[in-house]
Write a protein that binds this ligand. Structure first.
Ligand SMILES: Nc1ncnc2c1ncn2[C@@H]1O[C@H](COP(=O)(O)OP(=O)(O)OP(=O)(O)O)[C@@H](O)[C@H]1O
Length: 558
């Protein structure tokens, strides 16, 4: 797991921290024994010498402790950075399908879980250090009085067992608290992403604030109080047990064992030293509880930190020179995980696209057009049936297949850097030329492949998204209702110039569209209704005549 990898990578620092922690524990031990010797025997040598020796041990405790803390702080910073890097890598590797269904939970992980896992890992060397102190103090106390150590050990066992029972009891509450916080994050997202709607609608803003956010925060607050009350009680109870044990030790030492006063005093001082590390070990349950809840949460959302992170995919062979001829869906159906009724969003469908085709996918809202596109690009995995490339079912090589596609999704995201197919910035002159041809020459500047602004109108942003596709220049271009936000002039330009130009360059184009007056420009129009293909018409020649295929009959009926 991540801790093992991290320790191996930073073994010199970790060994340094362990050595310094051990030195600090030994110095503390020497200080204790020196104080005890003074308490029992008085100051015999010169007073200055005694003071100097005591001060020397104190400096040793301080120096070793401070240095080990410094190293731990450095390791802490490194660890948080490493966790973030690992998590973002895993985030990139995560299937789109998973993200589509659990977006808020996964974003929450990047923020909240990193913050709670780091202390969990950092507490490990401190637990080892305090554990070592407990062993050293216990061996010292054994040399002072074994029977008294027996009494102390019995009390400590009670504390440890009570802590373990409490930890088991609180585990479900920790998980519930993590889930409650996730709900709070989700509602916070409403605040930022729905800002305009909330600004217009005070009643909705009240609903979000009073009916959603407030109850979610109260639930989180309730669980937080329960969890921390339990932990606080455990810490208070542990301190009380230690003091009770000191009381019993003194009482039994005098009344039953008739031990000399000096022995009892030395034991009591040692026991009080021991209470520090024991209290630390008990209080560490707080960090361990929160951290392990976060680890379980990461596992649940599919961002498990176990195992090696795959090296970054370099998009090494992004379909350049790839001689595919056809991509087909065979008996494919798909149902979204978030859909509670398990309703089929698409399928079963059988369909094939051929290289170089200009294909329009049409149909009413919710008929499955975008789902069909995501399945073709292998961003969704069919529930039944298979995706077939040149007659061979696509199994392992999904990334290579995805890299045949470039396009603009309905809910596209714009990146400011314009990159070519290999991930290098496109030359600025080329970007400028594209900006001019897309009518954005005066609004957007470019420096070293980075666009000066992305805050434009929806139609203009879509043109920037199109520019990115031109930069990548892959085999298959897809557009999910790209023209819907364009003015009449640019819409016409898109259908009459851009799409035919792409086709003329040998590109395959899949465009989802509602613009029926341009349907005649396509080589083929596939129409969906309620997730099924109801017609598949192909242009026979340069005109608007189409050969229709009856999907139910499964053969051409032209
Ligand atoms: N993330 C999702 N979770 C659950 N159901 C979804 C999800 N996305 C789409 N659906 C459902 O799947 C079905 C097909 O949706 P899809 O987005 O493919 O339709 P569409 O034809 O592209 O619609 P539109 O023209 O409105 O964009 C619809 O019933 C829709 O409600």
């Amino acid at each position: 797991m991540i801790l093992k990898r991290f320790i191996l990578r930073h073994r010199a620092l970790v060994l340094g921290a362990v050595a310094l922690s051990a030195a600090s524990a030994l110095s503390t031990m020497a200080l204790l024994s020196y104080i005890n010797e003074l308490a029992a025997n008085g100051v015999h040598a010169g007073r200055a010498t005694s003071l100097l020796e005591g001060a020397g041990w104190l400096v040793a405790v301080l120096a070793t402790g401070a240095m080990s803390q410094f190293i731990l702080a450095r390791l802490g910073g490194d660890l948080v950075a490493q966790l973030r890097i690992d998590l973002s890598r895993r985030f990139i590797d995560l299937e789109y399908e998973k993200l589509a269904n659990e977006k808020h939970a996964i974003f929450g992980s990047l923020i909240e879980d990193v913050a709670s896992i780091a202390p969990l890992v950092l507490v490990a060397p401190l637990l080892a250090y305090n554990g070592l102190l407990v062993v050293l103090y216990a061996s010292y106390l054994a040399s002072v009085s074994p029977p008294l150590l027996g009494i102390l050990a019995a009390f400590l066992c009670v504390t440890v067992v009570a802590s373990l029972v409490l930890e088991r009891f609180l585990r479900r509450r920790f998980d519930a608290l993590r889930e409650a916080n996730e709900k709070v994050f989700e509602y916070f997202r409403y605040l930022s992403e729905g800002k305009k709607e909330l600004a217009l609608n005070a009643a909705r803003a009240r609903h979000v604030a009073d009916e959603l956010i407030r109850p979610a925060i109260h639930r989180s607050r309730r669980l937080m109080i329960q969890v921390h009350t339990g932990l606080g009680f455990n810490e208070a109870w542990s301190s009380a047990v230690i003091y009770a044990s000191v009381f019993v030790i003194v009482y039994v030492g005098y009344a039953s064992l008739a031990l000399p006063q000096a022995t009892i005093m030395r034991f009591v001082i040692g026991a009080l030293f021991l209470s520090g590390p024991v209290a630390f070990i008990v209080s560490a349950a707080r960090q361990v509880g929160v951290g392990t809840a976060s680890l379980r949460h990461l596992q649940r959302v599919g961002l498990d930190l176990g195992g090696e992170v795959d090296p970054p995919a370099h998009g090494a062979d992004p379909g350049i020179g790839d001689e595919w001829r056809s991509i087909a869906l065979r008996g494919v159906s798909y149902a979204y995980a978030g859909d509670e009724d398990g309703r089929i969003a698409l399928g079963p469908v059988d369909m094939e696209i051929r290289r170089g085709e200009l294909l329009f996918i049409v149909g009413g809202n919710g008929s499955g057009k975008s789902t069909l596109l995501l399945l073709l690009a292998s961003l969704l995995t069919p529930r039944t049936g298979e995706l077939v490339v040149d007659g061979v079912p696509l199994e392992l090589d999904r990334q290579r297949h995805r890299e045949r596609f470039t396009g603009v999704f309905g809910d596209f995201f714009l990146f400011p850097h314009v990159l070519d197919v290999a991930g290098h910035p496109l030359p600025d002159e080329r970007i400028r030329a594209l900006l001019v041809s897309l009518g954005l020459g005066s609004q957007v500047q470019v420096t070293q492949g980075e666009l000066s602004k992305l805050t434009l109108s929806t139609g203009q942003r879509k043109r920037l998204a199109l520019l990115q596709c031109y930069a990548e220049d892959r085999d298959i271009f897809f557009f999910d209702e790209w023209a819907a936000d364009q003015d009449a002039h640019f819409r016409d330009y898109f259908y009459r110039m851009l799409l035919p130009e792409l086709k003329a360059r040998g590109k395959t184009v899949v465009a989802i569209t509602h613009d029926d007056r341009y349907f005649s420009l396509a080589d083929r129009v596939v129409k969906l209704e309620a997730g099924r293909i109801v017609s598949d018409t192909r242009r026979r020649d340069g005109g608007a005549a189409y050969a229709a295929r009856d999907p139910a009959a499964g053969h051409r009926v032209s």
